[in-house]
Design a protein around this ligand. Sequence first.
Ligand SMILES: [Zn+2]
Length: 113
Amino acid sequence: MCIFCSSEGEDLKHIMIECDFARQTWSLTHLPWSIIVNWGDAAEAWIRHLHQNLEAWEYRFALPVAWKIWYWRNKALMENSHVSSLELVESCRWYLQDFDVASLPFNQGWELL
Ligand SMILES: [Zn+2]
């Protein structure tokens, strides 16, 4: 049973793109839904499809979003801990921004903090 919506038959495809929580989360990313929703036959095919069809910056954003959907599914299941779709998406934006700053050479990035 899905921890987010209580529907039967939870599988990875449901968690990532079919569940209302996932749909709301992806909607907040403004990534192209017509590409995100094309699951294919397995998670590996989906990730490959995203890599091949999203712009590089979109793919870079989609990966932590997918990871965080899975992460919060597990947090909800194991710890009854929940996050909103907005908090999830914002945390991914901050994560990528922090990664960019941390990736700059020392004399360029750290003074921005
Ligand atoms: Zn669900």
